[in-house]
Design a protein. Structure first.
Length: 327
């Protein structure tokens, strides 16, 4: 196992380096940081523009290979991912947003997986019964509702609850507002802020896991080896638990592992509705502002998440199915 992990990690480091380098050259070709200054009114002096772009290592008058080497050297020697066109440090900008996104998506991701998979298992064993039909209709309804609309509905309901009880039970913007040192009050304040976006992301996420887990388990329930197990004397529940469930969890586990990157950068709408300065909003802002260094840094973070998910998917699959060899 350790040899397999070490070999995979070595391959992933090479893959990540190639992917991030390619992203840098693509971003340099299609993004134009100079336009950030040339579009201003009044337009800054040309010497000032050139000097600022040189300081940020974003001057398109400098050969791209030279800019790439300076950028790569700064990362390797100082772990410095560069500056934005406005000379803001990418490291300083990205760190709090990664933390905010982690706080935002961790609980909702866990709840989405647990509730969605459990619901998929429950409905698959009751195919075409009223429970299955009810949850299928509910799941389809949440799938067709745009995430922005769902988030706004949750906000309106929370405001109505606050008005009814006469005090602010739920906060609808940000992740914190308490500035004191009391740990209990700080935790309570965080829960009051995080509960609404968590509900929004959980409802959207669990629907996908519910429907896919239901499909995977139904495929396994009708497999020949499950029928054989039943013929040997196992009850339906025993056959599901010992055989069908383990096999059906493999593709679900793979899907979960490979969705890690999108979990951090895919909550743009939720972050916008609840005014949370997370990684998703920052990514969109970086692209709109032709921020090459920030865009590449976020892409690199997503690459690390994706490759970590790929490794976890292999380990998870081998743990569930002994027939899979780690070689």
């Amino acid at each position: 196992m350790l040899k397999f992990i070490a070999k995979r990690l070595a391959n992933y480091v090479v893959m990540l380096f190639v992917a991030v380098s390619f992203t840098y050259f693509m971003a340099s070709a299609f993004m134009h940081p100079r336009s950030v200054y040339e579009s201003r009114t009044p337009r800054p002096p040309q010497d000032s523009i050139e000097r600022t772009l040189d300081l940020a290592n974003l001057n398109d008058h400098t050969p791209v290979l030279e800019r790439y080497w300076n950028w790569l050297t700064a990362i390797v020697t100082r772990w410095d991912w560069g500056k934005s066109p406005t000379l803001e440090s990418v490291n300083s900008a990205i760190a709090p947003r990664v933390l905010a996104s982690t706080e935002l998506v961790t609980l909702s991701t866990v709840l989405s997986i647990v509730l969605g998979v459990a619901l998929g298992i429950y409905t698959a064993q009751r195919q075409y019964k009223w429970q299955d039909r009810m949850f299928m209709v509910t799941g389809t309804l949440f799938m067709v509702i745009p995430s922005a609309v769902l988030a706004l509905l949750i906000v309106l309901m929370a405001i109505a609850v606050n008005d009814t009880v006469g005090f602010r039970m739920f906060y609808v913007t940000g992740l914190s507002s308490y500035t004191g040192d009391d740990i209990g009050l700080r935790l309570l304040d965080f829960l009051q802020h995080i509960i609404l976006p968590t509900i929004s992301l959980t409802l959207l996420g669990m629907v996908g896991y519910h429907l896919t887990q239901r499909t995977y388990l139904l495929d396994e329930l009708h497999a020949d080896y499950v029928r054989t197990a039943r013929m040997k004397g196992l009850t339906r529940r025993q056959a599901v638990r010992r055989h069908a469930l383990r096999a059906s969890l493999i593709p679900t586990g793979v899907n979960v592992a490979f969705s890690i990157a999108s979990v951090f950068t895919g909550a743009v709408i939720t972050e916008s509705i609840f005014a949370i300065n997370g990684l998703g909003r920052y990514f969109i802002t970086a692209i709109n502002q032709s921020d090459i260094n920030a865009s590449v840094a976020i892409a690199a973070f997503g690459g690390v998440c994706t490759l970590t998910g790929a490794l976890l998917a292999d380990i998870f699959s081998a743990w569930l199915d002994p027939r899979i060899k780690m070689s």
